[in-house]
Design a protein around this ligand. Structure first.
Ligand SMILES: CC(C)(COP(=O)(O)OP(=O)(O)OC[C@H]1O[C@@H](n2cnc3c(N)ncnc32)[C@H](O)[C@@H]1OP(=O)(O)O)[C@@H](O)C(=O)NCCC(=O)NCCS
Length: 217
């Protein structure tokens, strides 16, 4: 049965913000040998997605991030997203479970011999079933294997540190998962963040798809 429901008007950035008190942790792994791998999950595959796609990255960001208030990219417009996904220093890794896209991880090489896990997470369907540990392990190994010499990267030296930032807004298992895999707490900070309603997530396009002339482009 199709149920008509009233769709609330989409607010712009800043509408309906709430102030949320959070603790933010910076976690670091200073040697590959510190990595304590999680037991494997039989259906899990982790592969690098080498074709940059704004729409795909946006969809993954929204699907993983909606319940954990990932809203920082709400202000990114079409050009900002395109610039981000095309950055040669960025690597997107995608987890599938039994062939189904289940989560993603973004790795970014820095000038100071560090590789950052910028984002990491699973779509809600795949949480709590033993995928988060082995997926994180695969991403940690990918971070230590990160090739700083690839064209466009121009990053001197070898990777000597993998780091990330997580917070109380992320999933309650997130911090424990990082610590269980061998990350160490480097820094913590408490602050109040203005968080927009995470349920509103729309693509920014430089044209209106209702315009026949450009539909499908
Ligand atoms: C964080 C996330 C990947 C964890 O995945 P998960 O499926 O819940 O976790 P798993 O069942 O695979 O367990 C992985 C680790 O989480 C921790 N964990 C799992 N269940 C737990 C529980 N009930 N209580 C406490 N810790 C738990 C453990 O450290 C576990 O590893 P270990 O068993 O080797 O110690 C997942 O919840 C997620 O994607 N959340 C949304 C996005 C997010 O918050 N990302 C982190 C942003 S930085």
């Amino acid at each position: 049965m199709h149920v008509e429901r009233e769709v609330p008007p989409l607010g712009g950035v800043g509408d309906g913000d709430r102030e949320v008190a959070l603790t933010e942790w910076t976690l670091t792994m200073r040697a590959r040998a510190r990595h304590d791998p999680a037991p494997p999950h039989p259906g899990l595959r982790v592969e690098r997605a080498r074709v940059p796609s704004y729409e795909l990255s946006h969809a993954l960001y929204s699907a993983v991030g909606v319940t954990v208030c990932w809203t920082d990219r709400r202000t990114w417009d079409y050009d900002a997203w395109h610039e981000w996904v095309a950055d040669p220093r960025l690597e997107l890794w995608i987890a599938t479970v039994d062939g189904t896209p289940a989560g993603f991880c973004e790795l970014l090489g820095h000038d100071d011999a560090a590789v950052e896990i910028v984002l990491f997470g699973l779509i809600p369907t795949f949480r709590g079933v033993g995928v988060g540990g082995p997926f994180l392990s695969a991403c940690i190994e990918a971070a230590w294997r990160y090739d700083r010499t690839l064209p466009g990267r121009d990053l001197p030296g070898d990777t000597s540190r993998v780091f990330l930032v997580t917070s109380t807004l992320d999933h309650p298992h997130a911090l424990k998962n990082y610590l269980a895999r061998g990350f160490e707490l480097e820094h913590s900070e408490k602050w109040d963040k203005r968080v927009p309603d995470p349920r509103v997530s729309v693509l920014d396009l430089p044209f209106d798809p209702r315009d026949d002339a450009r539909r499908g482009l």
